[in-house]
Design a protein around this ligand. Structure first.
Ligand code: ADP
Length: 437
């Protein structure tokens, strides 16, 4: 049925009943009482309508669906429709608030910066990453022009040119940022910032590594090629010179092999897909074999001792062999003949500790912090003479990182060095602990 009929028919019927009542009174008691009754009934009806109008007016001040009054007559329908609309509004508002909270949280967690600006670049809103990248503070800078806040000639040029389809790489406040402006709506723009400092640094490290590795490989290759040219150019070489050349070539070949092996070890250790084995490491067996290798390398030039007074640990035997033997072979290579080397394994309050103490050439304090960098050598010629690749301590660092162990170095020039590897108490192998009754 037509909704207006639904409204008017009951209203008309109410009026008709009222007038009929007044007519009945008029019929029995005379015209005047009938008219008075009709007027009184109309006044009551008007009073009821005004009262509901007043309640509606009061409710509109605080339109809460819970507080909506019940109506009478046509008001029942008005209030129930108001109630439905209000409930729908409240539901929409709750959903909107939830979405807004989620959006805010996502924007807070986003590693990239987002700045919302109007068409003339006045800051309206930004997330914490943008605050960090661009040195902004939303509360303080809101309403200011972004070009006055991000003071960079490159950024100004980018805005002047307006080629926003391309991102801009920007050096800003010691960071490498990739920024891009995206126009949206008719009068708003978004500035997106991405911090590329780390990836830039990794790229630089990769480039350095390739440059260093090529340089390291070029030297022995040049030597080998030189001797080969001599051998080719001078058909007959006396056996002594030939033997000396072959010996030098073999040495350089060995050097290249060591280098390639160390580079492969490093790249394997760095690879995220390369899982670390956690096995029972029999420390005594391992250190005794490292001692034998050290004695062979020293060829009787040093007094090398081994003291073992600690438990077995959990870890990768192969990786630890590589780390420990690098430290021990360094001690042999950087200790002049006649010196002594002490290899130790003991239990400290913080956990098991491996140490190598030598009476060698020592290291200046300013060089100590850089020793674990790839290809870093204090004395290049000595390292090469002793077949060093410059990657030994970088390998040690990675192995220890994978075993949650730390390396400490104590050294002074001509007073020897101590390299100590501290493992955590948690690395002790349960199977190796003595039984307590
Ligand atoms: P290398 O193959 O050149 O020995 P490492 O990474 O093992 O490379 O060591 C880096 C540098 O640290 C060495 O070149 C050397 O200068 C210094 N070094 C390492 N161990 C010792 C030590 N026991 N005594 C003195 N210097 C050392």
């Amino acid at each position: 049925m037509n909704p207006s009929l639904l409204f008017w028919i009951p209203a008309a019927l109410r009026l008709v009943f009222l007038l009929l009542g007044a007519a009945v009174i008029g019929f029995f008691f005379g015209l005047v009482p009938g008219l008075v009754a009709a007027v009184l009934a109309l006044i009551v009806l008007l009073g009821v309508q005004l009262s509901y109008l007043y309640q509606l007016n009061a409710w509109l001040d605080e339109p809460n669906s819970e507080k909506l009054p019940d109506g009478w007559g046509a008001w029942t329908d008005v209030y129930s429709r108001l109630y439905r609309n209000r409930r729908l509004d409240e539901k929409n508002q709750a959903e909107l608030t939830e979405w807004l909270a989620r959006f805010r949280q996502a924007m807070h967690l986003l590693p990239d910066g987002v700045v919302i600006m109007d068409d003339v670049l006045f800051l309206e809103w930004c997330n914490p990453a943008a605050e960090q990248h661009l040195g902004l503070t939303l509360e303080r800078d809101k309403g200011m022009r972004v070009t006055n806040l991000v003071r960079s000639p490159d950024f100004m040029d980018y805005i002047m040119l307006g080629r926003y389809e391309q991102p801009l790489t920007l050096s800003f406040k010691e960071r490498k940022l990739v920024v891009q402006i995206i126009p949206f709506e008719s009068r708003r723009q978004i500035l997106v910032t991405h911090d590329a400092t780390d990836s830039d640094r990794i790229d630089m490290m990769r480039r350095d590594f390739i440059a260093n590795a090529s340089h390291e490989l070029r030297t022995p290759l040049t030597v080998i090629n030189g001797f080969l040219e001599i051998a080719l150019g001078q058909g007959r070489l006396d056996p002594q010179t030939r033997a000396a050349h072959l010996k030098l070539m073999a040495e350089q070949g060995q050097r290249m092999q060591n280098l390639v092996e160390d580079m492969l070890t490093l790249s394997r250790l760095e690879s995220v897909d390369y899982p670390m084995r956690s096995e029972h490491v029999r420390v005594q067996t391992l250190l005794e074999s490292i001692l034998r290798e050290a004695n062979a390398l020293s060829a009787g030039r040093h007094a090398i001792t081994l003291e073992i007074d600690g438990p077995d640990i959990k870890g990768s035997t192969e990786e630890l062999r590589s780390a420990f033997s690098n430290l021990v072979s360094n001690a042999v290579r950087y200790t002049p003949a006649g010196g002594s080397i002490r290899i130790g394994w003991c239990m400290t309050a913080n956990g098991p500790q491996f140490s190598v103490k030598d009476t060698g050439i020592g290291i200046l304090p300013e060089n100590i912090a850089r020793l674990t960098e790839r290809f870093y050598r204090v004395d290049k010629s000595r390292s090469r003479e002793t077949q060093g690749t410059g990657l030994g301590l970088a390998i040690v660092k990675h192995v220890l990182l994978r075993h949650s162990a730390t390396l400490s170095i104590e050294s002074a020039p001509n007073a020897g060095s101590t390299f100590a590897v501290q493992f955590s108490s948690g690395s002790v192998c349960e199977a190796a602990l003595p039984m307590v009754n």
